[in-house]
Design a protein around this ligand. Structure first.
Ligand code: VG1
Ligand code: CO
Length: 539
C-alpha cells in the first residue's frame, strides 16, 4: 500500500503573509500539493507519532487536497489526524481544536479572502503546536526543502469517508472526524455572556451576518440563529460553495457590496457583519454606518470590562504597523502594554504566548484575542453585540463616543493592483533609498517629521523583520507603504493613509484623506512609475 512517488521540485513554494497562496491552476500541477506537504513534513523532522488538525474553507480542490494529505500523513507515520466533517473547518476553529487537543500542527486549506474556483486561488496555512501559523524561520526551511525534493510518500488506497463523525483507521493512523462547529461554539459560550445576547435578540434587536458563501455559514447559523435567537434569515449566504457563488469573500466595503447596500438602505437592521472565506476576518456595520477595523480594535479594547472572559483585566494590546494608531491611545489611557508588529497574524503569537498581550488586530478586517492564535471573525461580532447589549447604544453611538473621548484617526487603505513585479519592487527599493532625505520636506500642508523602514525586533525570540516603509508627518498623520504577501496576480502595492483629528470628527473619510492620498502618490512616485492616477481598491 505504501507508495513512494518520484517527483520534480517546484521553485515557487515560498509562503507569504499567511501560508502558501497560489492560483488554483498552479496547485493543480502534477504533485504540486504533494511536494509542499512532504516538504513540510521533512522540514519538521518527519511526522511519526504526531497529531495534526485538518480542514479547509470548502473552496474548489478542498475535497481532493484533504484526501491527498490524509493519505500522505498515514504514509509518513502520523499517529492521528483530526479532520473537520466533510473537510470543513474555519481558521479560528482550527486553531482552537489544535490547542484543545494539544496537537502538533495543522493545515487549513484556504486562500482566505481571495476568490475560489478553478480560475480563483487555493492556499494552505500551516500551523504549529502553539496554534499559530509557522514562524518565518520554519517557512524558510520548508521553502528550501521544496526546491530540491525528489520523492514523497503516500498510500495507494481509496478515499476516506469524511461525512461520518467518529474515529476510523487508515493503516496505523487514527482519523477522527469532528463537528467543526461544536467546540468553537463551546469556547464562545465561555468567553461571552450568551444570556445577555439572547435577551438582546428577544428584545427585537435585528442583525444580518453575511457568510459570503464561505466557511462561516454553519457557525453563524448555529450561534446567531439557533442559540442566540436571531430570526431565521439573519444569516445570509450561509451554504459554503466551492467558488463562493462567484463572490469575492473579502468582507469590506467593496466586495461585501450587497450587505453594505442593505445597511445603507432604509431597510437596514440594527447591526450588520460579514466574515471572509476562512472566517478569520470581520466587517462591522451599523445602520448607515461603517466601523473601520482599526477603530474596531480600539473600541473593543476600551470595552474589555464588559466581557466575562476579560473583565478581570487584560494584558496589553498589539496592532500591525499599517493599522491606525487608534488603539495606541486606548492602551495609553488604560496603561497597558502596546506593541506594533509587521503585517501577518503570526507576529502576534509570541506576544500572546508570553502574556504580553490579550487583544490584537490588523487594518485588514482582522481582530482577535489570546483565546486562540488566529484572528477570529465571529468572536469580533459577538464582542460588538455584547457591547451593544451592555450599553444599549447603537454601533454609531458607540463609535462616535469613542472618537469624542480619544479623537479620530481618519484611515484608508489604497491598493494598486496587478502591478508588474519588477516595477513594484523597484518602486519600494527606490523609495526606501529616498526616505532619509524626506525629513523636513513639505508636501502641500504636510511636513515630514521622520521617514524610515518599519523594523520589528521580536522581544521573545529575538528575530528581526523588516516590513514596509513609514512616513510620519508633524501633525501625526502617517503613510505606510508595503507590498502584499497574499496576492497571486502580479504585485499589489498597499498604501495606508492615516490622519488624526480631535475636532472635526464627522467628516467624509475620502475627502479628508484626498490630499494625503495625493501626497502618497507623489512621495512614492506611484503615478510616474505605474501609470496609475488613483488606487484600484480603496478600503
Ligand atoms: C493581507 C492583509 C494582512 C493579513 C493577511 C492574511 O496580507 O493585509 O493584514 O494578515 O492578508 O489574511 P497582505 O500581505 O496581502 O497585505 V487572511 O484573512 O489570511 O488570512
Ligand atoms: Co482569512
Amino acid at each position: 500500500m505504501l507508495k513512494i512517488v518520484k517527483t520534480t521540485a517546484y521553485t515557487d513554494m515560498k509562503m507569504g503573509t499567511a501560508g502558501l497562496r497560489k492560483k488554483s491552476k498552479v496547485v493543480l500541477q502534477e504533485n504540486y500539493l504533494e511536494n509542499f506537504v512532504q516538504s513540510v513534513f521533512d522540514a519538521i523532522g518527519g511526522v511519526k507519532g504526531l497529531t495534526f488538525i485538518l480542514g479547509g474553507d470548502g473552496r474548489y480542490y478542498n475535497k481532493i487536497a484533504i484526501q491527498k494529505i490524509i493519505k500522505m500523513s498515514a504514509a509518513n507515520g502520523m499517529k492521528k489526524v483530526i479532520v473537520g466533517q466533510n473537510g470543513f473547518i474555519s481558521t479560528p476553529a482550527s486553531s482552537h481544536v489544535l490547542l484543545m487537543n494539544k496537537a502538533d500542527g495543522g493545515f487549513v486549506l484556504s486562500a482566505s479572502h481571495n476568490p475560489g474556483g478553478i480560475n480563483g486561488d487555493f492556499g494552505i496555512k500551516y500551523a504549529v503546536a502553539s496554534g499559530g501559523q509557522c514562524p518565518t524561520a520554519v517557512s524558510d526551511k520548508i521553502y528550501e526543502i521544496s526546491k530540491t525534493i525528489t520523492e514523497y510518500k503516500t498510500l495507494d488506497v481509496s478515499d476516506v469517508d469524511l461525512s461520518r463523525l467518529g474515529t476510523q483507521k487508515l493503516d496505523n493512523m487514527e482519523i477522527e472526524v469532528i463537528d467543526p462547529v461544536k467546540d468553537y461554539v463551546d469556547m464562545m459560550e465561555h468567553i461571552f455572556d450568551f444570556e445577555a445576547l439572547k435577551k438582546l435578540f428577544a428584545g427585537g434587536f435585528t442583525m444580518v451576518f453575511d457568510a459570503m458563501n464561505a466557511v462561516t455559514g454553519p457557525y453563524a447559523r448555529r450561534i446567531f440563529e439557533e442559540i442566540l435567537g436571531a430570526p431565521e434569515g439573519s444569516v445570509l449566504n450561509y451554504v459554503p460553495l466551492e467558488d463562493f457563488g462567484g463572490l469575492h469573500p473579502d468582507p469590506n466595503l467593496i466586495y461585501a457590496k450587497s450587505l453594505v447596500d442593505l445597511m445603507y438602505s432604509d431597510k437596514a437592521p440594527d447591526f450588520g457583519a460579514a466574515n471572509d472565506g476562512d472566517g478569520d476576518r470581520n466587517m462591522i456595520l451599523g445602520k448607515k454606518f461603517f466601523v473601520t477595523p482599526s477603530d474596531s480594535l480600539a473600541i473593543l479594547t476600551d470595552n474589555y470590562k464588559l466581557i466575562p472572559a476579560y473583565k478581570n483585566g487584560i494584558y496589553g494590546v498589539a496592532k500591525s504597523a499599517a493599522t491606525s494608531t487608534a488603539v495606541g491611545r486606548v492602551a495609553e489611557a488604560l496603561n497597558i502594554g502596546y506593541y506594533e508588529v509587521p503585517t501577518g497574524w503570526k507576529y502576534f503569537c509570541n506576544l500572546m504566548d508570553s502574556n504580553r498581550i490579550t487583544f490584537c488586530g490588523e487594518e485588514s478586517f482582522g481582530t482577535g484575542s489570546s483565546h486562540i492564535r488566529e484572528k477570529d471573525g465571529i468572536w469580533a461580532v459577538l464582542f460588538w453585540l455584547s457591547i451593544i447589549a451592555a450599553t444599549g447604544k447603537s454601533v454609531q453611538e458607540i463609535t462616535e463616543e469613542h472618537w469624542k473621548k480619544y479623537g479620530r484617526s481618519y484611515y484608508m487603505r489604497n491598493d494598486y493592483e496587478a502591478l508588474d513585479v519588477e516595477t513594484a519592487n523597484q518602486l519600494m527599493a527606490d523609495l526606501e533609498a529616498r526616505l532619509p532625505q524626506l525629513a523636513g520636506q513639505t508636501f502641500g500642508s504636510y511636513k515630514v517629521a521622520e521617514a524610515k523602514p518599519f523594523v520589528y525586533n521580536d522581544p521573545v525570540d529575538g528575530s528581526s523583520t523588516k516590513n514596509g516603509l513609514i512616513v510620519y508627518f508633524t501633525d501625526k498623520s502617517r503613510i505606510v507603504y508595503r507590498l502584499s504577501g497574499t496576492g497571486t496576480n502580479g504585485a499589489t502595492l498597499r498604501v495606508y493613509l492615516e490622519r488624526y483629528e480631535t475636532e472635526n470628527l464627522n467628516e467624509d473619510v475620502a475627502q479628508t484623506l484626498e490630499s494625503l492620498a495625493d501626497v502618497s502618490r507623489q512621495i512614492g512616485e506611484i503615478t510616474k512609475r505605474t501609470g496609475k492616477t488613483k488606487a484600484d481598491v480603496l478600503t
